[in-house]
Design a protein around this ligand. Structure first.
Ligand SMILES: NC(=O)C1=CN([C@@H]2O[C@H](COP(=O)(O)OP(=O)(O)OC[C@H]3O[C@@H](n4cnc5c(N)ncnc54)[C@H](O)[C@@H]3O)[C@@H](O)[C@H]2O)C=CC1
Ligand SMILES: CC(C)CC(=O)C(=O)O
Ligand SMILES: [Mg+2]
Length: 370
């Protein structure tokens, strides 16, 4: 029987509107096939919201998110702010405020080396074949949210973490490891940072509640190198906000493009689904952006909404697009197709295609994460 869901959509800036459009196209195909009703409510965020209202996260947008069962987020950011360090109001504030206001403390970023894309990775094929891990990035604490400011001759950004902020995401990461390969890697800088020492203390104590999970810790500088050298050693990575931001962009090299990595940003009451990439302003309006990260984020949303088979169908259709070379120019030099054609292919495959089995990991589903 079909279900009815209220889905928020925040396209944002740059390529955001183009990639969210394709994700909605794919959700519509799922709704049509399964008799679901997805009602979409749109909101402005980022530079477009500043242009219209002066506020990067207008109250109406927050209300759209609060009223939704789940919402999709495209990307924010515009060169006019990137090139003006003195701008007082910035698009990024909209995203940070959204995450904080809705308590979206856990950002789950799965990383997969797709067999059909191994040739795209700049890394040696055998090094990445089978790589499959997930980053649990803390999303509402740390240096992005600490007090910041200028002094007479300098500037500061404070990094703080409470026990509570560490514990709640640590439990989620341990539970994810229990559902996967039972390995958890804490990534920190405990040789230097007091906050990292607190992370080690708390996570080591919590590990006693998960005796079936092997906990290890690695300094972030080493982890950045190991991720390229031997990505297959990782199963679940747990880390703080900024380290998670940086190493997950790095991890996209394993798959072959930043345009491939989806994420879920979840909390107690709300859930947002967002590609890990930004607004890629150089690609905006050219129909060249890879929509797969956003489409795969929509698949994570379907998992979250309890539509597990539908999420699998989306991932199988994505895999079919990769196998068939229906990909944007970041993934192929030969006959790339446009953003919209990738979405068309995936939507049509859902409605008409057959798929017997997929090599794509489906353990990324939130049902196994939270
Ligand atoms: N979650 C968000 O909304 C984020 C927003 N930003 C903002 O985005 C703007 C641009 O930032 P950048 O550092 O250039 O990061 P970016 O992620 O927008 O782009 C970096 C590079 O990745 C590639 N790329 C990204 N998304 C792609 C896609 N879907 N398809 C194909 N290639 C893709 C492009 O080669 C691009 O030059 C800035 O204003 C920044 O603040 C940056 C990161 C995250
Ligand atoms: C505006 C940034 C904090 C967004 C970002 O880079 C991210 O969340 O990946
Ligand atoms: Mg980032």
């Amino acid at each position: 029987m079909g279900v009815k869901k209220n889905i928020g959509v925040l396209p944002g800036d740059g390529i955001g509107p183009e990639v969210t459009r394709e994700a909605v196209k794919v959700l519509n195909a799922i709704a049509e096939k399964h008799g679901h009703t997805f009602e979409y409510n749109y909101g402005d965020v980022g530079a477009i919201a500043i242009d219209k209202t002066g506020n990067p996260l207008p109250d109406e947008t927050l209300a759209v998110c609060e009223a939704s069962d789940a919402f999709l987020f495209g990307a924010i950011g515009h060169p006019k702010y990137d090139n003006d360090p003195s701008a007082k109001v910035r698009p990024e504030q909209g995203l940070l405020k959204l995450r904080k206001s809705l308590g979206l403390f856990a950002n789950v970023r799965p990383v997969t080396a797709y067999d059909s894309l191994l040739h795209m990775s700049p890394l040696k094929t055998e090094r990445v074949r089978g790589a499959d891990f997930v980053v649990y990035r803390e999303l509402t604490g740390g240096i992005y949210f600490g007090e910041k400011g200028r002094t007479e001759d300098g500037a500061y950004d404070n990094c703080t973490y409470s026990n509570y902020e560490i514990d709640r995401i640590a439990h989620l990461a341990f539970q994810a490891a229990q559902n996967r390969n039972k390995k958890l890697m804490l990534v920190d800088k405990a040789n230097v940072l007091e906050t990292s020492r607190l992370w080690r203390e708390r996570v080591t104590a919590i590990a006693k509640e998960y005796p079936d999970v092997a906990l290890e810790a690695m300094f972030v500088d080493n982890a950045a190198m190991q991720m390229i050298q031997n990505p297959k050693q990782f199963d679940v990575i747990l880390t703080e906000n900024m380290f998670g931001d940086i190493i997950s962009d790095e991890a996209s090299v394993i798959g072959g493009s930043l345009g491939l990595l989806p994420s879920a940003s979840v909390g107690e009451k709300s859930a947002m689904f967002e590609p890990i990439h930004g607004s890629y302003p150089q690609g905006a309006g050219k129909n060249i952006a890879n929509p797969l990260a956003t489409i795969l984020s929509a698949a994570m949303m379907l998992d979250h909404l309890g539509l597990i088979d539908e999420a699998i169908e989306v991932r199988q259709a994505v895999n079919a697009s990769l196998r068939n070379g229906m990909v944007t120019e970041d993934l192929t030099k030969e006959n790339p197709v446009g953003t919209d054609r990738v979405g068309d292919f995936i939507a049509n495959h859902i409605l008409e295609g057959e798929d017997s089995g997929s090599s794509m990991n489906i353990k990324m589903g939130l049902s196994t994460i939270i």
